[in-house]
Design a protein around this ligand. Structure first.
Ligand code: GDP
Length: 197
Protein backbone atom coordinates (compact mmCIF):
# COMPACT_ATOMS: atom_id res chain seq x y z
CA UNK A 1 0.00 0.00 0.00
CA UNK A 2 1.25 3.41 -0.92
CA UNK A 3 0.17 6.65 0.67
CA UNK A 4 -1.12 8.54 -2.33
CA UNK A 5 -1.97 11.89 -0.81
CA UNK A 6 -4.42 13.85 1.29
CA UNK A 7 -7.28 15.87 -0.11
CA UNK A 8 -8.95 18.80 1.60
CA UNK A 9 -11.30 19.43 -1.30
CA UNK A 10 -12.57 17.67 -4.44
CA UNK A 11 -9.93 18.97 -6.89
CA UNK A 12 -7.38 17.00 -4.87
CA UNK A 13 -9.19 13.65 -5.09
CA UNK A 14 -7.45 11.03 -7.29
CA UNK A 15 -8.05 11.40 -10.98
CA UNK A 16 -6.87 8.06 -12.37
CA UNK A 17 -10.24 6.35 -11.97
CA UNK A 18 -9.10 3.35 -9.89
CA UNK A 19 -11.94 1.92 -7.77
CA UNK A 20 -12.15 3.40 -4.28
CA UNK A 21 -13.38 2.04 -0.94
CA UNK A 22 -14.19 4.62 1.74
CA UNK A 23 -13.62 4.04 5.46
CA UNK A 24 -16.01 5.85 7.79
CA UNK A 25 -16.62 5.84 11.50
CA UNK A 26 -16.56 7.86 14.64
CA UNK A 27 -13.27 9.00 16.11
CA UNK A 28 -11.39 6.34 18.03
CA UNK A 29 -13.41 3.48 16.53
CA UNK A 30 -10.17 1.88 15.31
CA UNK A 31 -10.08 3.06 11.70
CA UNK A 32 -6.34 3.72 11.46
CA UNK A 33 -5.56 0.39 13.10
CA UNK A 34 -7.93 -1.44 10.75
CA UNK A 35 -6.38 0.20 7.69
CA UNK A 36 -2.94 -0.84 8.90
CA UNK A 37 -4.16 -4.37 9.58
CA UNK A 38 -5.74 -4.60 6.13
CA UNK A 39 -2.47 -3.81 4.43
CA UNK A 40 -0.19 -5.40 6.98
CA UNK A 41 1.84 -2.26 7.44
CA UNK A 42 2.05 -0.80 10.91
CA UNK A 43 2.04 2.95 11.25
CA UNK A 44 1.20 3.81 7.66
CA UNK A 45 -2.28 5.10 8.34
CA UNK A 46 -1.21 7.17 11.31
CA UNK A 47 -2.88 6.17 14.55
CA UNK A 48 -4.60 9.38 15.47
CA UNK A 49 -3.35 11.07 18.60
CA UNK A 50 -5.76 14.00 18.34
CA UNK A 51 -9.18 12.65 17.40
CA UNK A 52 -11.19 14.80 15.08
CA UNK A 53 -8.23 16.98 14.18
CA UNK A 54 -7.61 16.13 10.55
CA UNK A 55 -10.19 17.16 8.03
CA UNK A 56 -8.73 15.59 4.95
CA UNK A 57 -9.39 12.42 3.03
CA UNK A 58 -6.25 10.27 2.96
CA UNK A 59 -5.86 8.00 -0.04
CA UNK A 60 -3.85 4.77 0.06
CA UNK A 61 -3.24 2.93 -3.19
CA UNK A 62 -3.21 -0.86 -2.99
CA UNK A 63 -1.36 -2.80 -5.69
CA UNK A 64 -2.34 -0.35 -8.42
CA UNK A 65 -5.81 -1.83 -8.15
CA UNK A 66 -7.76 0.36 -5.77
CA UNK A 67 -7.64 3.20 -3.29
CA UNK A 68 -8.59 2.99 0.34
CA UNK A 69 -10.04 6.41 1.21
CA UNK A 70 -9.70 7.26 4.89
CA UNK A 71 -12.30 9.84 5.83
CA UNK A 72 -11.95 11.81 9.06
CA UNK A 73 -13.66 10.38 12.12
CA UNK A 74 -16.78 12.10 13.42
CA UNK A 75 -18.43 12.58 16.76
CA UNK A 76 -15.50 13.59 18.88
CA UNK A 77 -17.22 15.35 21.78
CA UNK A 78 -14.90 18.33 21.97
CA UNK A 79 -15.05 19.22 18.30
CA UNK A 80 -16.59 22.67 17.93
CA UNK A 81 -19.55 23.20 15.64
CA UNK A 82 -17.73 24.88 12.71
CA UNK A 83 -15.37 21.91 12.54
CA UNK A 84 -18.29 19.52 12.57
CA UNK A 85 -19.75 21.38 9.60
CA UNK A 86 -16.44 21.24 7.77
CA UNK A 87 -16.34 17.45 8.37
CA UNK A 88 -19.76 17.19 6.82
CA UNK A 89 -18.84 19.35 3.86
CA UNK A 90 -15.74 17.30 3.09
CA UNK A 91 -17.43 13.93 3.62
CA UNK A 92 -20.43 14.90 1.54
CA UNK A 93 -18.26 16.36 -1.21
CA UNK A 94 -16.43 13.03 -1.37
CA UNK A 95 -19.27 10.56 -0.90
CA UNK A 96 -21.97 12.05 -3.08
CA UNK A 97 -21.52 11.44 -6.77
CA UNK A 98 -17.98 10.03 -6.48
CA UNK A 99 -17.87 7.81 -9.56
CA UNK A 100 -14.94 5.51 -8.57
CA UNK A 101 -16.45 4.78 -5.13
CA UNK A 102 -17.50 1.12 -5.12
CA UNK A 103 -18.20 0.54 -1.42
CA UNK A 104 -17.99 2.08 2.03
CA UNK A 105 -16.70 0.37 5.13
CA UNK A 106 -18.75 1.68 8.04
CA UNK A 107 -16.86 1.04 11.27
CA UNK A 108 -18.60 0.59 14.59
CA UNK A 109 -17.14 -0.55 17.88
CA UNK A 110 -18.27 -4.15 18.40
CA UNK A 111 -18.90 -3.44 22.09
CA UNK A 112 -21.08 -0.35 21.87
CA UNK A 113 -24.55 0.66 20.84
CA UNK A 114 -24.58 2.91 17.76
CA UNK A 115 -24.00 6.60 18.53
CA UNK A 116 -26.13 9.44 17.19
CA UNK A 117 -23.38 10.06 14.64
CA UNK A 118 -23.55 6.42 13.53
CA UNK A 119 -27.30 6.68 13.01
CA UNK A 120 -26.85 9.90 11.03
CA UNK A 121 -24.22 8.27 8.84
CA UNK A 122 -26.43 5.22 8.26
CA UNK A 123 -29.35 7.44 7.21
CA UNK A 124 -27.00 9.34 4.90
CA UNK A 125 -25.64 6.15 3.28
CA UNK A 126 -29.15 4.77 2.82
CA UNK A 127 -30.48 8.04 1.44
CA UNK A 128 -27.72 8.25 -1.17
CA UNK A 129 -27.92 4.50 -1.88
CA UNK A 130 -24.24 4.08 -1.16
CA UNK A 131 -23.34 0.39 -0.76
CA UNK A 132 -21.68 -0.28 2.57
CA UNK A 133 -20.59 -3.05 4.80
CA UNK A 134 -20.18 -2.81 8.53
CA UNK A 135 -16.90 -3.64 10.26
CA UNK A 136 -17.41 -4.30 13.97
CA UNK A 137 -14.04 -3.28 15.40
CA UNK A 138 -12.06 -4.39 18.47
CA UNK A 139 -13.73 -7.81 18.32
CA UNK A 140 -10.89 -9.18 20.48
CA UNK A 141 -12.39 -7.32 23.44
CA UNK A 142 -15.47 -9.55 23.46
CA UNK A 143 -15.89 -13.23 24.22
CA UNK A 144 -17.14 -15.46 21.42
CA UNK A 145 -20.75 -15.61 22.64
CA UNK A 146 -21.01 -11.89 23.21
CA UNK A 147 -19.45 -11.15 19.82
CA UNK A 148 -21.98 -13.43 18.12
CA UNK A 149 -24.80 -11.63 19.93
CA UNK A 150 -23.47 -8.18 19.03
CA UNK A 151 -23.02 -9.14 15.36
CA UNK A 152 -26.59 -10.48 15.24
CA UNK A 153 -27.88 -7.27 16.84
CA UNK A 154 -26.01 -5.23 14.23
CA UNK A 155 -27.38 -7.35 11.37
CA UNK A 156 -30.92 -6.81 12.65
CA UNK A 157 -30.42 -3.13 13.48
CA UNK A 158 -27.84 -0.61 12.33
CA UNK A 159 -26.54 -2.87 9.56
CA UNK A 160 -29.90 -4.11 8.24
CA UNK A 161 -29.19 -2.39 4.91
CA UNK A 162 -25.51 -3.33 4.76
CA UNK A 163 -23.85 -5.86 2.45
CA UNK A 164 -22.61 -7.68 5.52
CA UNK A 165 -21.28 -7.41 9.05
CA UNK A 166 -17.62 -8.27 9.63
CA UNK A 167 -16.30 -8.55 13.18
CA UNK A 168 -12.63 -7.56 12.95
CA UNK A 169 -9.66 -7.17 15.23
CA UNK A 170 -6.58 -5.19 14.34
CA UNK A 171 -4.87 -6.86 17.32
CA UNK A 172 -5.41 -10.52 16.42
CA UNK A 173 -6.10 -10.11 12.69
CA UNK A 174 -9.44 -11.88 13.07
CA UNK A 175 -11.88 -11.09 10.29
CA UNK A 176 -9.31 -9.29 8.11
CA UNK A 177 -9.25 -11.93 5.30
CA UNK A 178 -13.07 -12.01 5.24
CA UNK A 179 -13.25 -8.22 4.98
CA UNK A 180 -10.66 -8.23 2.17
CA UNK A 181 -12.65 -10.87 0.29
CA UNK A 182 -15.82 -8.76 0.52
CA UNK A 183 -13.96 -5.67 -0.69
CA UNK A 184 -12.40 -7.55 -3.61
CA UNK A 185 -15.84 -8.85 -4.57
CA UNK A 186 -17.26 -5.31 -4.47
CA UNK A 187 -14.42 -4.07 -6.68
CA UNK A 188 -14.82 -6.97 -9.12
CA UNK A 189 -18.58 -6.43 -9.35
CA UNK A 190 -18.06 -2.77 -10.15
CA UNK A 191 -15.51 -3.61 -12.85
CA UNK A 192 -17.91 -6.12 -14.40
CA UNK A 193 -20.66 -3.50 -14.48
CA UNK A 194 -18.26 -0.94 -15.96
CA UNK A 195 -17.12 -3.28 -18.71
CA UNK A 196 -20.60 -4.63 -19.36
CA UNK A 197 -19.60 -8.21 -18.55
P1 GDP B 1 -9.32 5.93 14.82
O1 GDP B 1 -9.45 7.24 15.56
O2 GDP B 1 -10.67 5.44 14.39
O3 GDP B 1 -8.33 5.95 13.68
O4 GDP B 1 -8.86 4.85 15.90
P2 GDP B 1 -7.42 4.19 16.12
O5 GDP B 1 -7.12 3.21 15.04
O6 GDP B 1 -6.44 5.28 16.37
O7 GDP B 1 -7.68 3.35 17.46
C1 GDP B 1 -8.22 3.96 18.60
C2 GDP B 1 -7.82 3.16 19.84
O8 GDP B 1 -8.40 1.86 19.78
C3 GDP B 1 -6.33 2.95 19.97
O9 GDP B 1 -6.00 3.04 21.34
C4 GDP B 1 -6.11 1.55 19.46
O10 GDP B 1 -5.00 0.91 20.06
C5 GDP B 1 -7.39 0.86 19.85
N1 GDP B 1 -7.73 -0.22 18.91
C6 GDP B 1 -7.90 -0.07 17.57
N2 GDP B 1 -8.21 -1.25 17.00
C7 GDP B 1 -8.24 -2.18 17.99
C8 GDP B 1 -8.52 -3.58 18.02
O11 GDP B 1 -8.81 -4.26 17.03
N3 GDP B 1 -8.47 -4.18 19.26
C9 GDP B 1 -8.19 -3.48 20.38
N4 GDP B 1 -8.20 -4.16 21.54
N5 GDP B 1 -7.92 -2.17 20.38
C10 GDP B 1 -7.94 -1.50 19.20
Amino acid sequence: MIYAGSAASPPQFPKDGLPEVAFLGRSNVGKSCLLNALVGQKGLARVSSTPGRTRVVNFFRVANALYLADLPGYGYARVPEPMRRSWERLAVSYLVGRAPLVACVFLVDARHEPSDGDLTLRAFLDHHRLPYLVAATKADKLGRGELTRRAAALRAGLAAGAMGVFPVSAVTGAGIPELWRALREAVNRSLEVKHGA
